[in-house]
Design a protein around this ligand. Structure first.
Ligand code: FAD
Ligand code: FES
Length: 258
Protein backbone atom coordinates (compact mmCIF):
# COMPACT_ATOMS: atom_id res chain seq x y z
CA UNK A 1 0.00 0.00 0.00
CA UNK A 2 1.40 3.38 -1.02
CA UNK A 3 1.60 5.90 1.80
CA UNK A 4 0.38 9.42 1.25
CA UNK A 5 1.83 12.44 2.95
CA UNK A 6 -0.64 15.22 2.81
CA UNK A 7 -1.73 18.43 4.43
CA UNK A 8 -5.34 18.12 5.49
CA UNK A 9 -7.75 20.66 6.89
CA UNK A 10 -9.27 20.13 10.33
CA UNK A 11 -13.05 20.19 10.12
CA UNK A 12 -13.91 19.34 13.73
CA UNK A 13 -11.82 18.90 16.87
CA UNK A 14 -14.11 18.60 19.83
CA UNK A 15 -14.67 16.77 23.12
CA UNK A 16 -16.44 13.45 22.85
CA UNK A 17 -16.27 12.84 26.59
CA UNK A 18 -14.32 14.40 29.49
CA UNK A 19 -11.26 12.32 28.47
CA UNK A 20 -11.58 11.77 24.73
CA UNK A 21 -11.56 14.05 21.70
CA UNK A 22 -12.83 13.58 18.17
CA UNK A 23 -10.88 15.01 15.24
CA UNK A 24 -12.28 15.12 11.71
CA UNK A 25 -9.95 15.82 8.78
CA UNK A 26 -11.02 16.66 5.23
CA UNK A 27 -8.87 14.07 3.46
CA UNK A 28 -10.64 12.48 0.48
CA UNK A 29 -7.57 10.72 -0.99
CA UNK A 30 -6.64 9.24 2.39
CA UNK A 31 -10.22 8.31 3.30
CA UNK A 32 -10.61 6.34 0.09
CA UNK A 33 -7.66 4.00 0.77
CA UNK A 34 -7.70 3.43 4.54
CA UNK A 35 -8.59 -0.02 5.79
CA UNK A 36 -9.80 -0.87 9.33
CA UNK A 37 -6.89 -1.24 11.74
CA UNK A 38 -4.52 1.07 9.88
CA UNK A 39 -3.20 4.25 11.42
CA UNK A 40 -1.89 7.68 10.51
CA UNK A 41 1.18 9.47 11.83
CA UNK A 42 0.61 13.14 12.50
CA UNK A 43 3.02 16.01 12.79
CA UNK A 44 1.09 18.02 15.35
CA UNK A 45 3.34 21.06 15.25
CA UNK A 46 5.08 22.94 12.45
CA UNK A 47 8.02 23.54 14.82
CA UNK A 48 10.18 21.08 16.71
CA UNK A 49 8.08 20.75 19.86
CA UNK A 50 7.34 17.94 19.69
CA UNK A 51 9.66 16.79 16.94
CA UNK A 52 8.27 13.32 16.29
CA UNK A 53 4.97 12.54 14.65
CA UNK A 54 2.29 10.93 16.82
CA UNK A 55 0.47 7.75 15.68
CA UNK A 56 -3.33 7.42 15.83
CA UNK A 57 -5.62 4.63 14.67
CA UNK A 58 -8.23 5.67 12.18
CA UNK A 59 -11.59 5.76 13.94
CA UNK A 60 -13.63 6.16 10.78
CA UNK A 61 -13.10 7.00 7.10
CA UNK A 62 -16.30 8.11 5.44
CA UNK A 63 -17.47 10.64 2.86
CA UNK A 64 -13.97 11.96 2.17
CA UNK A 65 -13.24 12.49 5.86
CA UNK A 66 -10.79 10.74 8.16
CA UNK A 67 -11.78 10.70 11.82
CA UNK A 68 -9.59 10.12 14.85
CA UNK A 69 -10.52 9.52 18.44
CA UNK A 70 -7.84 10.43 20.96
CA UNK A 71 -6.96 10.89 24.58
CA UNK A 72 -4.98 13.95 25.67
CA UNK A 73 -1.96 12.56 27.51
CA UNK A 74 1.23 14.54 26.95
CA UNK A 75 2.97 17.15 24.82
CA UNK A 76 1.83 15.95 21.40
CA UNK A 77 -1.81 15.35 22.16
CA UNK A 78 -2.01 18.64 24.09
CA UNK A 79 -0.85 20.49 20.96
CA UNK A 80 -3.30 18.47 18.85
CA UNK A 81 -6.15 19.34 21.21
CA UNK A 82 -5.58 23.06 20.48
CA UNK A 83 -6.21 22.67 16.73
CA UNK A 84 -9.19 24.57 15.41
CA UNK A 85 -11.45 24.12 12.45
CA UNK A 86 -9.53 25.36 9.38
CA UNK A 87 -6.07 24.52 10.76
CA UNK A 88 -3.99 22.24 8.57
CA UNK A 89 -2.18 19.09 9.73
CA UNK A 90 0.69 17.18 8.10
CA UNK A 91 -0.46 13.56 8.00
CA UNK A 92 1.32 10.39 6.83
CA UNK A 93 -0.80 7.37 6.10
CA UNK A 94 -2.34 4.92 5.76
CA UNK A 95 0.27 3.01 7.76
CA UNK A 96 0.53 -0.55 8.99
CA UNK A 97 -1.30 -3.78 8.30
CA UNK A 98 -5.10 -3.74 8.57
CA UNK A 99 -7.32 -6.21 10.40
CA UNK A 100 -8.20 -9.33 8.39
CA UNK A 101 -11.82 -10.14 7.81
CA UNK A 102 -13.01 -12.92 10.13
CA UNK A 103 -12.49 -16.35 8.51
CA UNK A 104 -15.41 -18.17 6.94
CA UNK A 105 -17.48 -20.03 9.51
CA UNK A 106 -17.30 -17.11 11.95
CA UNK A 107 -20.68 -16.33 13.46
CA UNK A 108 -19.67 -14.10 16.34
CA UNK A 109 -17.04 -11.34 16.34
CA UNK A 110 -16.03 -10.22 19.82
CA UNK A 111 -14.06 -6.98 20.03
CA UNK A 112 -12.30 -6.43 23.36
CA UNK A 113 -11.04 -2.91 23.99
CA UNK A 114 -9.36 -1.12 26.85
CA UNK A 115 -9.59 2.68 27.03
CA UNK A 116 -8.56 4.49 23.88
CA UNK A 117 -7.87 1.06 22.34
CA UNK A 118 -11.51 1.20 21.28
CA UNK A 119 -10.59 3.66 18.49
CA UNK A 120 -10.17 1.18 15.59
CA UNK A 121 -13.43 -0.63 16.31
CA UNK A 122 -15.75 1.99 14.86
CA UNK A 123 -14.24 1.66 11.37
CA UNK A 124 -14.09 -2.11 11.83
CA UNK A 125 -17.80 -2.35 12.60
CA UNK A 126 -18.50 0.03 9.69
CA UNK A 127 -16.95 -2.70 7.51
CA UNK A 128 -18.46 -5.71 9.29
CA UNK A 129 -22.05 -4.57 9.76
CA UNK A 130 -22.80 -5.38 6.12
CA UNK A 131 -21.95 -9.05 6.76
CA UNK A 132 -25.43 -10.37 7.37
CA UNK A 133 -25.78 -12.93 10.12
CA UNK A 134 -22.49 -11.95 11.76
CA UNK A 135 -23.08 -11.12 15.42
CA UNK A 136 -20.94 -8.23 16.72
CA UNK A 137 -20.13 -7.64 20.39
CA UNK A 138 -17.86 -5.04 21.96
CA UNK A 139 -16.52 -5.59 25.46
CA UNK A 140 -15.21 -2.22 26.60
CA UNK A 141 -13.10 -1.72 29.68
CA UNK A 142 -12.66 1.84 30.92
CA UNK A 143 -11.22 3.35 34.05
CA UNK A 144 -14.18 5.55 34.97
CA UNK A 145 -17.35 7.14 33.60
CA UNK A 146 -15.11 9.89 32.18
CA UNK A 147 -13.53 7.31 29.85
CA UNK A 148 -16.86 6.27 28.36
CA UNK A 149 -18.45 8.04 25.42
CA UNK A 150 -21.54 8.05 23.22
CA UNK A 151 -21.52 4.69 21.47
CA UNK A 152 -24.63 5.20 19.33
CA UNK A 153 -22.64 4.86 16.09
CA UNK A 154 -21.37 1.46 17.19
CA UNK A 155 -24.88 0.37 18.15
CA UNK A 156 -26.15 1.53 14.77
CA UNK A 157 -23.68 -1.00 13.33
CA UNK A 158 -25.60 -3.78 15.14
CA UNK A 159 -22.91 -3.98 17.80
CA UNK A 160 -23.93 -5.19 21.25
CA UNK A 161 -21.95 -3.22 23.86
CA UNK A 162 -20.97 -4.39 27.31
CA UNK A 163 -18.98 -2.10 29.60
CA UNK A 164 -16.81 -2.61 32.67
CA UNK A 165 -15.32 0.29 34.60
CA UNK A 166 -12.67 -0.01 37.27
CA UNK A 167 -14.71 2.09 39.73
CA UNK A 168 -18.09 0.62 38.73
CA UNK A 169 -19.43 4.04 37.62
CA UNK A 170 -20.72 2.48 34.36
CA UNK A 171 -21.54 -1.18 33.74
CA UNK A 172 -19.89 -3.95 35.70
CA UNK A 173 -17.25 -3.03 38.28
CA UNK A 174 -13.78 -4.34 37.48
CA UNK A 175 -11.60 -5.12 34.49
CA UNK A 176 -12.97 -6.00 31.08
CA UNK A 177 -12.22 -9.68 31.79
CA UNK A 178 -15.14 -9.59 34.26
CA UNK A 179 -17.37 -9.60 31.14
CA UNK A 180 -15.92 -12.77 29.64
CA UNK A 181 -18.29 -15.04 31.57
CA UNK A 182 -21.31 -13.21 30.06
CA UNK A 183 -20.48 -14.40 26.54
CA UNK A 184 -20.91 -17.82 25.05
CA UNK A 185 -17.63 -18.73 23.36
CA UNK A 186 -17.79 -21.24 20.54
CA UNK A 187 -14.19 -21.85 19.37
CA UNK A 188 -15.36 -22.84 15.91
CA UNK A 189 -17.51 -19.76 15.34
CA UNK A 190 -15.97 -16.95 17.40
CA UNK A 191 -13.27 -14.53 16.28
CA UNK A 192 -11.64 -12.00 18.63
CA UNK A 193 -10.16 -8.58 17.87
CA UNK A 194 -8.48 -6.82 20.77
CA UNK A 195 -6.76 -3.48 21.33
CA UNK A 196 -5.70 -1.76 24.52
CA UNK A 197 -3.03 -1.84 27.20
CA UNK A 198 -0.58 -4.74 26.91
CA UNK A 199 -1.66 -6.25 30.25
CA UNK A 200 -5.24 -6.42 29.00
CA UNK A 201 -4.26 -7.94 25.65
CA UNK A 202 -2.08 -10.49 27.47
CA UNK A 203 -5.12 -11.49 29.55
CA UNK A 204 -7.25 -11.76 26.40
CA UNK A 205 -4.57 -13.87 24.74
CA UNK A 206 -4.39 -16.24 27.71
CA UNK A 207 -8.17 -16.59 27.87
CA UNK A 208 -8.37 -17.19 24.10
CA UNK A 209 -5.64 -19.82 24.32
CA UNK A 210 -7.58 -21.67 27.04
CA UNK A 211 -10.76 -21.46 24.96
CA UNK A 212 -8.96 -22.28 21.71
CA UNK A 213 -10.23 -19.14 20.01
CA UNK A 214 -8.40 -17.30 17.26
CA UNK A 215 -8.30 -13.64 16.35
CA UNK A 216 -6.09 -10.58 16.07
CA UNK A 217 -4.48 -7.99 18.35
CA UNK A 218 -3.70 -4.39 17.48
CA UNK A 219 -0.55 -3.33 19.35
CA UNK A 220 0.63 0.06 20.49
CA UNK A 221 4.24 1.06 20.90
CA UNK A 222 6.17 4.32 21.09
CA UNK A 223 7.17 5.22 17.54
CA UNK A 224 9.72 7.34 15.74
CA UNK A 225 9.73 6.90 11.95
CA UNK A 226 6.41 5.03 11.65
CA UNK A 227 7.49 3.37 8.40
CA UNK A 228 9.63 0.42 9.46
CA UNK A 229 13.02 2.15 9.14
CA UNK A 230 14.27 2.85 12.69
CA UNK A 231 13.25 -0.36 14.50
CA UNK A 232 12.19 1.81 17.44
CA UNK A 233 8.83 0.14 17.82
CA UNK A 234 9.65 -3.59 17.78
CA UNK A 235 7.71 -6.18 19.77
CA UNK A 236 8.70 -9.76 20.47
CA UNK A 237 6.63 -12.34 18.64
CA UNK A 238 6.75 -16.10 18.20
CA UNK A 239 8.25 -15.33 14.78
CA UNK A 240 11.01 -13.05 16.13
CA UNK A 241 11.05 -9.27 16.60
CA UNK A 242 8.58 -7.34 14.44
CA UNK A 243 7.90 -3.66 13.94
CA UNK A 244 4.53 -2.44 15.18
CA UNK A 245 4.43 0.31 12.56
CA UNK A 246 5.15 -1.79 9.47
CA UNK A 247 4.65 -5.49 10.29
CA UNK A 248 1.76 -4.52 12.64
CA UNK A 249 0.03 -2.92 14.38
CA UNK A 250 -2.25 -5.90 13.72
CA UNK A 251 -0.83 -9.33 14.56
CA UNK A 252 -2.30 -12.76 15.12
CA UNK A 253 -3.84 -13.05 18.57
CA UNK A 254 -1.36 -15.74 19.59
CA UNK A 255 1.66 -14.24 17.83
CA UNK A 256 2.82 -11.45 20.16
CA UNK A 257 4.75 -12.33 23.32
CA UNK A 258 3.49 -9.80 25.84
C1 FAD B 1 -0.53 2.17 16.14
C2 FAD B 1 -0.96 3.13 17.22
C3 FAD B 1 -2.24 3.61 17.23
C4 FAD B 1 -2.67 4.51 18.23
N1 FAD B 1 -3.94 4.96 18.20
C5 FAD B 1 -4.33 5.87 19.10
C6 FAD B 1 -5.65 6.42 19.05
O1 FAD B 1 -6.44 6.07 18.17
N2 FAD B 1 -5.99 7.35 19.96
C7 FAD B 1 -5.10 7.74 20.95
O2 FAD B 1 -5.46 8.59 21.78
N3 FAD B 1 -3.87 7.24 21.04
C8 FAD B 1 -3.46 6.33 20.13
N4 FAD B 1 -2.19 5.85 20.20
C9 FAD B 1 -1.32 6.32 21.26
C10 FAD B 1 -0.81 7.73 20.92
O3 FAD B 1 0.07 7.64 19.82
C11 FAD B 1 -0.09 8.31 22.14
O4 FAD B 1 -1.01 8.49 23.16
C12 FAD B 1 0.52 9.63 21.78
O5 FAD B 1 1.58 9.45 20.88
C13 FAD B 1 1.01 10.30 23.04
O6 FAD B 1 1.69 11.46 22.63
P1 FAD B 1 1.88 12.66 23.62
O7 FAD B 1 2.95 13.52 23.05
O8 FAD B 1 0.60 13.31 23.97
O9 FAD B 1 2.39 11.95 24.94
P2 FAD B 1 3.90 11.85 25.42
O10 FAD B 1 4.34 13.20 25.93
O11 FAD B 1 4.73 11.18 24.39
O12 FAD B 1 3.67 10.89 26.64
C14 FAD B 1 2.78 11.29 27.71
C15 FAD B 1 2.41 10.08 28.51
O13 FAD B 1 1.66 9.17 27.68
C16 FAD B 1 2.28 7.91 27.67
N5 FAD B 1 2.19 7.33 26.32
C17 FAD B 1 2.84 7.76 25.22
N6 FAD B 1 2.55 6.96 24.18
C18 FAD B 1 1.70 6.03 24.64
C19 FAD B 1 1.06 4.91 24.06
N7 FAD B 1 1.29 4.53 22.79
N8 FAD B 1 0.23 4.18 24.84
C20 FAD B 1 0.04 4.50 26.14
N9 FAD B 1 0.63 5.53 26.75
C21 FAD B 1 1.45 6.28 26.02
C22 FAD B 1 3.74 8.16 28.03
O14 FAD B 1 4.31 7.01 28.63
C23 FAD B 1 3.63 9.30 29.02
O15 FAD B 1 3.32 8.83 30.31
C24 FAD B 1 -1.75 4.94 19.24
C25 FAD B 1 -0.44 4.46 19.23
C26 FAD B 1 -0.04 3.55 18.23
C27 FAD B 1 1.36 3.05 18.23
S1 FES C 1 8.72 3.51 14.38
FE1 FES C 1 10.50 3.20 13.18
S2 FES C 1 10.40 1.10 12.73
FE2 FES C 1 8.52 1.47 13.71
Amino acid sequence: MRELQGHYRVKINQDLSPKFKHLVLEAPDLASVIEPGQFVNIRVSAGTEPLLRRPFSVYRALNGEVELFYEVLGRGTKVLAQKKSGDVLDVLGPLGQPFSLPPSGTEHVVMIAGGIGVAPFQILTDALEAHEGLKLTLLYGARTFEHTFNMDDLERNRCRIMIATEDGSVGVKGRVSRLFSDISWDPNATWIYTCGPNAMMAAVQEFAREQNIRGEVSCESAMACGIGACLGCVVRTVNGYKTVCHDGPVFGLHEVIF
